[in-house]
Write a protein that binds this ligand. Sequence first.
Ligand code: F6P
Length: 326
Amino acid sequence: MGKIKRIGVLTSGGDSPGMNAAIRAVTRTAVYNGLEVTGIRQGYAGMINADFIPLQASSVSDIIQRGGTILKTARCEEFKSPEGRLKAYNNLRDAQIDGVVVIGGDGSFTGARLFNEEHDIPFVGIPGTIDNDIYGTDYTIGYDTALNTVVEAVDKIRDTASAHNRMFFVEVMGAEAGFIALYSGIATGAEAIIIPETSGEERDLKKIIEIGNSRKKSSNIIIVAEGDKGGGAFGIAEKVKDDFKDYDIRVSVLGHLQRGGSPSAIDRVNASRLGHAAVEALLDDQKSVMVGISNGEIVLVSFRRAVKLHKDVNHNLVELARILSV
Ligand code: F6P
């Protein structure tokens, strides 16, 4: 028998559709390998407060299709301090937890990395965030579902925009990154996409709209990433409104509906693969690493790289969006 006998699993940071599928995969893979599983509730806060529940194979029945997370999630200030992490370590020791799977985003992995520099219980991460902004993995759990939610919403906005000949500024999530905006913009045929990663003519709304105007487009949709420094959808709409006096302008901020809903098939399958891979990694004595998917294959990426390095958008897609919106 290896040295890992019991693993803990938690979800941390903003929830994302498919986290439950990952919890299920972690639990079932652990059970399959003869390990005990402890669910840690409310992310790192649950580690600090010893909010633990036993998980069996049956505890994760009927959750693969549900959004949110059965373990709850939180952003935890106390875990940012060495004292908080020491409390967490002592609780993990008391509960005989020998390894932990952290499902979350870069903030969660920053905490996990610090923990593994100080303490000997290995942590392995699974990228779970709708933002898809983690270096070293092509994909994060929840991104595909969120993207499809945005596309469905923007398609509906297009209907009413066309009916009224209106210009809409639609703000989407993504934290500091423009992945959701860029992909949803291409998928909905947006006239322009404003994201933090660009600074060129793709941001020249006046020129873009004039081109469309010359062929009498009946509506204009401009997708704005929330992390863009131009002032968000409201700010940009305000700045350019004098350039578009003939247009009836509306702003729509999609907000947290982007985080909910039943996960897509892609999110369920990838979450299942990543959950399985995370337990395998712990059994292989890995620590301080994230499991990711790159070119369709499972990869291991150190927390150090995943957190420190910047994942850029594909600038060929920025160009594609500009060409196709003429
Ligand atoms: O990281 C996920 C995310 O939904 C971001 O896209 C967004 O900026 C943020 O979380 C919102 O956080 P909160 O739910 O705390 O308002």
